[in-house]
Design a binder for this molecule. Sequence first.
Ligand SMILES: [Fe+2]
Ligand SMILES: [Fe+2]
Length: 160
Amino acid sequence: MSRLKELRAYVDAELLKMENKEKMISAVAHLYGVSLAAAMIAKKRGEDPELASMAAMLHDMHAYKTGSYEDHAHKGAELARTILGELGLTSQEETEVICSAIYHHDDKLVVDGPMDEVLKDADVIHHCMNDLSKAVKEKEQKRFEALCEEFGLTPESNEK
Ligand SMILES: [Fe+2]
Ligand SMILES: [Fe+2]
């Protein structure tokens, strides 16, 4: 089994413990959606798509496990470190890359390292493109426009 598959098996099992099944379904959709977007963005930018996908699979786990988004990026990075330590799928260096991306993923208005940016942008892609009828959030507008430019898309597609 690939390590991404192994990580997904772990994440799936954790999500299945969620009592609210509607929330569980949106958690699955979001983590897998961001994971796909992260792989695509990483590939485009010459970053590691597998690590990007792995970071995405874990990025909101703290919020889903606790039901709270309070400081979920920073707390989520610590949770990811524990999970990755237990699973033993990544080198120390890879764990740092993944945890850094999760730590910074809520800081959408500032620019961090290349892999941190991949995860932020993948999160924004899923927020903005999962439902095109939804307005783009103000704090994600600039990033979404830059992504549309990078991928040759028209941002106006969200305004019907
Ligand atoms: Fe998040
Ligand atoms: Fe997210």
